[in-house]
Write a protein that binds this ligand. Structure first.
Ligand SMILES: C[S@@+](CC[C@H](N)C(=O)[O-])C[C@H]1O[C@@H](n2cnc3c(N)ncnc32)[C@H](O)[C@@H]1O
Length: 334
């Protein structure tokens, strides 16, 4: 046994970690970061700008300073670079909808033990069973606010020169397709997503002026046949929603549908081999308990296996967003 002294500090911090989410959301609710961006640089100015008492402004400012959500500079309070870029409502890069995306899940997270022992049978589609156009619109306002950055990164990171058409499985807002056709003017794309979702996809395609080059298919990718005229398939941010059998069958179906010489990219949160993290990958697996689905966190080697069993060659793992998302790529033989 190790002689290293242990104490309770790590466990205490974890037992109150929920307070960090609560402060972030309160600051967003009150538009704190926009107020600071507009010049509210001390407790009094913050109090006036966000309409709370001086005491409450001080409480919030102190919490945000301690979490690194605000900084104290020479000119007083200021937003650190990531907060300035993503949490100030007046910025086009504002990602507030994504930051509060999982807020409705809070009661579920605090009822995990009950849900685990409650005996409710999970379903294949989980939360997607009850998706409506309205709920899809709300959901994809959030995914769009973060997905456009990921889509831009994909179009930069992957050289699609010479490719002609991309199938975007579970493409949601169409963020990946929008960026790909913008970066590659000779390409077209098709987003396959659930029927209520593609109604919303069309709105994003219109507002990005790509509706003539990106079409949609309303369907369920666990059942619907895939188009066979694509030389690129991307499946992004839906890995933990499904179990191994379903992901393996989707990857196999994608391999069969791709044109010879085509490529597939699976982007998602993946666990390391020893399953010690990243925490986020583990948590998205747990999220499926709350959603009533059968999904789980997949390890990188499980994902490699889905690709190899489907027949993909040159299977390679790339760090897509360091520490958050992996990208697995594979090539169908020509
Ligand atoms: C987290 S979103 C990711 C959206 C997009 N790929 C992105 O990265 O911005 C997951 C998407 O997968 C879609 N999806 C989940 N299960 C599906 C299924 N069985 N068939 C079609 N789409 C599905 C959801 O409707 C949703 O749009």
């Amino acid at each position: 046994m190790s002689n290293k002294r242990v104490d309770t500090t790590r466990l205490q911090a974890m037992s109150r970690a929920y307070t960090e989410s609560a402060i972030l959301w309160a600051a967003l609710d009150l538009n704190l970061f926009s107020a600071v961006a507009q010049g509210a640089n001390d407790d009094q100015a913050v109090a006036e700008a966000i309409g709370v008492s001086r005491l409450n402004a001080e409480r919030l400012v102190v919490c945000c300073l301690s979490l690194g959500l605000l900084e104290q500079g020479e000119g007083g309070l200021r937003n650190p670079p990531d907060v300035a870029r993503y949490l100030d409502e007046s910025e086009p890069t504002f990602a507030g909808p994504w930051m509060t995306f999982t807020r409705r899940d809070v009661p579920g997270w605090f009822a995990i033990a009950d849900k685990m022992t409650g005996g409710q049978e999970p379903s294949l589609l989980g939360m997607y069973d009850d998706m409506t156009v309205e709920s899809a619109r709300k959901y994809h306002q959030a995914t769009y606010s973060i997905g456009m950055g990921a889509g831009r990164r994909f179009a930069r990171q992957v050289d699609l020169t010479g490719r002609t058409r991309m199938l975007d499985l579970g493409g949601g807002s169409g963020a990946y397709s929008i960026n790909v056709v913008q970066a590659y003017p000779e390409m077209t794309a098709v987003v396959l997503d659930l029927p209520p979702v593609v109604e919303v996809t069309k709105e994003f395609l219109e507002s990005n002026n790509v509706a003539d080059r990106v079409t949609t298919i309303g369907g369920d990718f666990t059942k619907t046949n895939f188009p066979t005229d694509c030389d690129v398939i991307v499946m992004a941010s839906n890995l933990p929603i499904y179990d191994s059998a379903v992901i393996a069958s989707i990857v196999a179906k994608a391999h069969a549908a791709l044109l010879p010489g085509g490529e597939m990219h699976l982007i998602g949160e993946m666990l390391t081999e020893d399953r010690t993290g990243p925490v986020d990958a583990a948590m998205w697996g747990m999220n499926e308990l709350l959603c009533g689905g059968r999904g789980r966190a997949h390890t990188t080697s499980e994902c490699v296996e889905y690709f190899e069993q489907a027949g993909f060659g040159q299977v390679a793992l790339h760090e897509f967003i360091p520490g958050v998302l992996q990208r697995l790529s594979g090539l169908k033989s020509a």
